[in-house]
Ligand binder design. Structure first.
Ligand SMILES: Nc1nc2c(c(=O)[nH]1)N[C@H]1C(S)=C(S)[C@@H](COP(=O)(O)O)O[C@H]1N2
Ligand SMILES: [Mo]
Length: 314
């Protein structure tokens, strides 16, 4: 992963929650335009990004820290399927067609199956979860996601006694994803969690951000968000969820096993081989701030790793 200073981001561009609410009110007042926008074009579905999601309840897991402005959240992205520059996905991901979309749940489950995105969206009540996201590169954001716990999906698939890990596979389609014509990663993008991590209530299946359907560059139509791990664990545009016995080999482990471990818990005490992880730059802020163990979610998740050497299992 490349490190880039967010020099293009002005601190004056902070959108506070008031502007967020105003934006929501505006969207609520425009149902006809949104209905028309829901018809996907043949080669791009940019309008889907503005599609409002059904109302979402509040979550006790939300941070009260101010959310990173919508503009930054949707224009400063890592999504290598659309290029390696932070600005690439916002431009290039318009070719990603997000409807129809299905997700296959397979492997060590009693109820395997393929489910349409609309069906998945209705599986459980949507919640707004304002989470910190810490990229392994040393920057962070606060993002108001909309979704529900991944456990809602896994529980219904009924894992067998052999299921120990969960593998997540992102879409592989070089026609829609120009970055996949390059060998920067061994495609498709694959990530994995231990089953207890995947079942943890904090682990979110996200369908939206800022109250709207996910923009393509943020991983439409559905993605993972694992807030206590480095951002790359949060796979975007997922098409397959496999319950497996053995730890999955993620795309990043395959590319650089010495640099990216399976767990990748945010840990200021364990440096990346090429840089320190002690501090981070919150996008929109000038001074760096200390990085917190488990990205500040230690009270909720530290017990998952009781007795483990987190330097060895990085
Ligand atoms: N399929 C896929 N998922 C991905 C990535 C990617 O390149 N491809 N990048 C990861 C990284 S490194 C980060 S930091 C987050 C960024 O999410 P955001 O752009 O919505 O902030 O997505 C993660 N999920
Ligand atoms: Mo990242």
């Amino acid at each position: 992963m490349l490190i880039k200073r967010p020099s293009d981001i002005r601190p004056s561009e902070i959108t506070d929650r008031e502007i967020y609410r105003a934006r929501r009110r505006f969207l609520q007042g425009a149902p006809a335009a949104l209905a028309a926008a829901a018809l996907p074009g043949l080669f791009s579905t940019p309008a889907l990004a503005a599609q409002k999601l059904p109302g979402a309840g509040k979550s006790p897991y939300s941070t009260r820290e101010p959310a990173t402005p919508y503009k930054e959240v949707t224009t400063y992205n890592n999504f290598y399927e659309f290029g390696t520059d932070k600005a690439d996905p916002a431009r290039a991901a318009r070719t990603l067609i997000t409807r129809p979309w299905t997700v296959t749940i397979e492997g060590e489950v009693k109820k395997p199956g393929t489910h349409g995105i609309e069906e998945l969206l209705r599986l459980a009540p949507l919640e707004e979860r304002v989470y910190r996201l810490r990229c392994v590169e040393g920057w962070s954001m606060v993002i108001p996601w909309t979704g529900f716990s991944l456990s809602e999906v896994i529980r219904r698939a009924e894992p067998t006694g052999n299921a120990r890990y969960v593998e997540f596979v992102s879409l592989h389609d070089p026609r829609q994803m120009p970055g996949q014509r390059s060998g920067v990663l061994d495609w498709p993008y694959v990530e994995g969690l231990r089953l207890d991590e995947a079942m943890h209530p904090l682990t979110l299946l996200a369908f939206g951000l800022y109250g709207e359907a996910l923009p393509q560059q943020n991983g439409a139509p559905l993605r993972l968000v694992v807030p206590w791990k480095y951002g790359f664990k949060s796979a975007k545009s997922i098409v397959k969820i496999r319950l497996v016995e053995k730890p999955p080999v993620s795309a990043w482990m395959r590319a650089a096993p010495g640099e990216y471990g399976f767990f990748s818990n945010v840990n200021p005490a364990v440096d990346h081989p090429r840089w320190s992880q002690a501090r981070e730059r919150r996008i929109g802020e000038f001074l760096k701030r200390p990085t917190l163990p488990f990205n500040g979610y230690g009270d909720q998740v530290a017990q998952l790793y009781a007795g483990m050497d987190l330097k060895k299992y990085f």
